[in-house]
Design a protein around this ligand. Structure first.
Ligand code: GAR
Length: 210
């Protein structure tokens, strides 16, 4: 069965959504490992509670980004994954790392990409007076938050929203769309060809499927 390695840095709620979907929605896949760069991350316990193999690789133990990424790559490859899933993995990745997982690494980003790449996406959407906001699953390429979109969920921004309320509603959608994208990939339906994502051979529009 296709093997998935999930990388996390924080609370791990997307990791949980994917792991639970693999288990409960008869996805023909296996979460081979959860790898985390922060020893204090709350997501570690959630992975252990689910009996998933867990590895902590503290980036602070490395002197350079290149050294950390090389060690991370070696660690990931020990689990021979078909798919690498970035689930709140808050590290900028080197070009070599990204190239190594070309076409087999997904990320989730809390905005309607290409809008609001980078950090503080919810506050920035509010500051701009956006009426819609959301979340995107995309293939990872060398461009930060820039690879081809796979799927987006859109939410309406209400007058009384703040960054916290937006984040909470966006996260509910994250837990819906990320398992869908992972399922497509492990079923062999989702691929990246050139700079496009394809589902069942059809090019996915630049916005991602919505
Ligand atoms: C998620 O909301 C994800 O969209 C965001 O981090 C959170 C991780 O939550 N990712 C980024 O900001 C990537 N730049 P989780 O650990 O509970 O899955």
């Amino acid at each position: 069965v296709p093997r998935i390695v999930i990388l996390i840095s924080g609370s791990g709620s997307n990791m949980v959504a994917i792991a639970d979907a693999v288990k409960n929605e008869n996805m023909e896949a296996e979460v081979a490992a959860v790898i985390c760069n922060r020893p204090e991350a709350a997501g570690l316990q959630k992975a252990r509670d689910r009996d998933l193999p867990v590895v902590v690789l503290d980036h602070k133990a490395f002197t350079s980004r290149e050294d950390f990424d090389r060690a991370l790559m070696a660690q990931i490859d020990e689990f021979a994954p078909d798919l690498v899933v970035l689930a709140g993995f808050m590290r900028i990745l080197t070009a070599d790392f990204v190239a190594h997982y070309h076409g087999r690494m997904l990320n989730i980003h809390p905005s309607l990409l290409p809008k609001y790449q980078g950090l503080n996406t919810h506050q920035r959407a509010l500051d701009d007076g956006e009426s819609e906001h959301g979340v995107t699953v995309h293939f990872v390429t060398e461009e930060l938050d820039g690879g081809p979109n796979v799927i987006q969920a859109v939410i309406a921004v209400n007058d009384d929203d703040d960054a916290n309320s937006l984040q909470q509603r966006v996260q509910l959608q994250e837990h819906v769309i990320y398992p869908i994208a992972v399922k497509w990939f492990v079923e062999g339906r989702l691929s990246m060809i050139g700079n496009h994502a394809r589902l069942d051979g059809n090019v996915i529009p630049a916005t991602g499927l919505q």
